[in-house]
Design a binder for this molecule. Structure first.
Ligand code: FES
Length: 173
């Protein structure tokens, strides 16, 4: 398995996923009219829209942050934060799907007893699926708490989720 720390990427934010977002913004000519589409793309890539991301989008589209925030909160299908303490964002884009993301998804849903889009009953891990996160060469890929994990096996994925949940139990004991 290959881990790719987000710091190794060239984007000033330190997060490779912004390259994909930038591409979508450029495709729409940085137009404010594309706000909802861009928010969809951003949520597809990052799993949810936090304040920094909303500011980033507002700046790129030259819109007041209040407008972007207003739109993001108006529509119920936009998530502004993960519900769990940790996020496991599984890429389900084509390259990752071909390399077994579907098997990882099934195994994690079985392990966590919840579906993607939901949070484990202990509130520790939110399972989120995303479109291509820009690391297709490392497929299948998951972004666990902002760190990209490539060439992920089913066993690795289950082990990591178990570890996140165990870690919380130790902290709470
Ligand atoms: S399809 Fe998963 S990183 Fe591109």
């Amino acid at each position: 398995m290959v881990e790719q720390q987000s710091k190794k990427t060239t984007h000033p934010s330190g997060d490779n996923r912004f390259k994909l977002l930038d591409r979508a913004i450029t495709k729409h000519h940085n137009s404010g009219y594309a706000l909802i589409e861009i928010l969809h793309v951003a949520q597809g890539i990052f799993g949810y829209l936090d304040n920094d991301l909303l500011y980033y989008i507002a700046n790129a589209l030259k819109l007041p942050p209040s407008r972007v925030y207003g739109v993001a909160t108006f529509y119920h299908f936009f998530r502004l934060k993960p519900q769990g303490e940790h996020t496991f964002v599984l890429c389900t884009g084509t390259a990752c799907y071909v390399k077994g993301a579907n098997e990882i998804q099934k195994a994690l849903e079985h392990e966590c007893q919840c579906k993607f889009g939901e949070t484990t009953s202990d509130g520790k891990v939110s399972l989120i699926s995303a479109r291509c996160v820009g690391s297709c060469g490392l497929a299948p890929v998951a972004v666990i708490d902002d760190v990209v994990h490539g060439k992920l096996s089913v066993e690795d994925a289950v082990k990591r989720v178990k570890s996140l949940r165990e870690e919380k139990k130790e902290v709470g004991s």
